[in-house]
Design a protein around this ligand. Structure first.
Ligand SMILES: [Zn+2]
Length: 58
């Protein structure tokens, strides 16, 4: 098992991602506590997970 070091898209901090993660899995950045969604695994691409809000304003 290996880990790849990614850069957090939110805080630019180093983020170790296990290579066994699956697409659409959500991981948490240890630096900024942002939830990051694995968009694709090859190549490993992370995106800030959309915040679930109770109030949709409608
Ligand atoms: Zn971060």
């Amino acid at each position: 098992m290996t880990t790849a070091t990614q850069t957090c898209p939110e805080c630019d901090g180093p983020l170790k991602v296990d290579d066994s993660v699956s697409a659409s899995e959500v991981i948490e950045c240890p630096e900024c506590r942002s939830e990051l969604e694995v968009v694709t695994t090859r190549p490993l691409l992370l995106a800030v997970a959309p915040e679930v809000e109770e109030d949709w304003g409608e």
